[in-house]
Design a binder for this molecule. Structure first.
Ligand code: SF4
Ligand code: SF4
Ligand code: FES
Length: 229
């Protein structure tokens, strides 16, 4: 039998299933905590840190990722304080700098209030969110891709760079990758490091967007965000 806890998110009293993550409960209740590496029904690894919240215990708040934090009786969570918004905006800005041609990441960045990127573009084709690796291992039990290397050399690869026979060719790894969801092929060449307007990128339209407003992000659709139910 399911057990429940009573807790608060942003002042709202919520009855949540014991064992759920704070992020899952928030999204289910229509409280959009921006997130990137989380995928429903897959394990959480806390990689992107976008889903940070304040967990208030005995009057003191601790910042933690909500996807890796389970609900508890009497818990008090703040997901939208100025402190959180500032930190989250910076995290989103760094993600855009890492992979400026991802529309999905631009969407999230707009939702987090990013209007410009102060960091040099790195033009990477992977942000190490691990969505592909986890779906391959946990849904398909294939382990056909995985993380290799450490530090700045860490990346996702096939065993010895070759697609193995046990790959199910399901394409789930591609479907869940934020780099392939509505990709942008912007001209990210050295010396031309700007967000192109070719696809009317969300970020280039950010001046009119309101922080915290739903921007119907591409990843939101993938997550089954409450807005799409
Ligand atoms: S296509 Fe292959 S590598 Fe990708 S998720 Fe499916 S089994 Fe894994
Ligand atoms: S390849 Fe895509 S899904 Fe996989 S870790 Fe990199 S950004 Fe994430
Ligand atoms: S969604 Fe929680 S750390 Fe990425």
């Amino acid at each position: 039998m399911q057990q429940y806890v009573t807790m608060k998110i942003d002042g709202a009293t919520i009855r949540a299933v014991k064992g759920s993550s704070v992020l899952d409960v928030a999204v289910e209740c229509g409280i959009c905590i921006p997130h990137l590496c989380h995928v429903p029904n897959l394990s959480d690894i806390g990689a992107c840190r976008l889903c940070i919240v304040e967990n208030v215990v005995d009057g003191r708040s601790k910042i933690t990722t909500s996807c890796t934090l389970n609900v508890q009786e009497g818990m008090e969570i703040l997901s939208n304080t100025e402190r959180i918004r500032n930190l989250r905006r910076n995290i989103a800005e760094l993600l855009v700098a890492e992979a400026p041609n991802s529309r999905a990441i631009q969407d999230i960045a707009v939702r987090c209030g990013v209007k410009e990127v102060r960091y040099p573009f790195r033009n990477n084709d992977c942000v190490l969110c691990g969505r592909c690796v986890r779906v391959c291992e946990e849904i398909w039990q294939a382990r056909a891709i995985g993380f290799v290397g450490r530090g700045k050399d860490r990346h996702v690869d096939l065993p010895f760079g070759v697609r193995p026979d046990f790959c199910k060719k399901c394409d789930s790894c591609i479907d869940l990758c934020p780099m392939t969801i509505t990709p942008c092929d912007g001209p990210m060449k050295p010396g031309e490091e700007y967000l192109c307007g070719k696809c009317e990128s969300q970020l280039s339209m950010a001046s009119g967007a309101m922080e915290d407003s739903c921007v119907w992000c591409e990843l939101g659709k993938g997550f089954g965000c409450a807005r799409y139910v």
